[in-house]
Design a binder for this molecule. Structure first.
Ligand code: HEM
Length: 123
């Protein structure tokens, strides 16, 4: 339905649980970017699920728990290069590809990430 948010159209919470699980399994095994992730894998999966819920038009779950997202500022303690952003996006592309949704919807979902990812580059 046209009025539904992207969050609803991809399958809501269940889809984001699958996406964040697949995504961080790829990230934590990635030869270039795994070095950046030092905290608990379950915690970062949970934070990303809450963030993506609101990023895709669902309830403001991340802000309720952690306050204003300020994503660029929250990434500043980490040295993130353009190559890191490309690797992050490759992991996301692969994770999106595994969702049980149409090709069109996968493309629409993935298109939400490149701008934000390159915005996080700080080195
Ligand atoms: C450009 C590539 C990116 C890299 C290399 C990167 C890396 C990181 C790292 C190292 C952390 C901290 C993880 C930890 O606590 O161990 C983090 C946190 C986080 N990232 Fe990214 N990130 C990238 C892009 C993005 C994008 C595009 C988004 C959102 C669409 C995002 C959302 C988040 C969220 C929600 C957190 C948790 C923040 C918190 O502590 O509350 N990141 N990221």
């Amino acid at each position: 339905m046209e009025n539904e948010t992207l969050y609803e159209r991809i399958g809501g919470d269940e889809a984001l649980r699958q996406l964040t699980n697949t995504f961080y399994d790829l990230v934590f095994n990635h030869e270039l970017i795994s070095r950046l992730f030092k905290t608990d894998k379950d915690l970062i999966k949970e934070k990303q699920r809450l963030f993506l819920t609101q990023f895709l038009g669902g309830p403001q779950l991340y802000s309720e728990v952690y306050g204003h997202p300020m994503m660029r500022a929250r990434h500043m303690p980490h040295t993130i290069t353009e190559d890191d952003a490309i690797a992050w996006l490759q992991c996301m592309s692969e994770a999106v590809g595994q969702l049980p949704i149409s090709r069109e919807l996968k493309d629409e979902l993935f298109d939400r990430f490149p701008r934000t990812a390159f915005f996080m580059v700080n080195s």
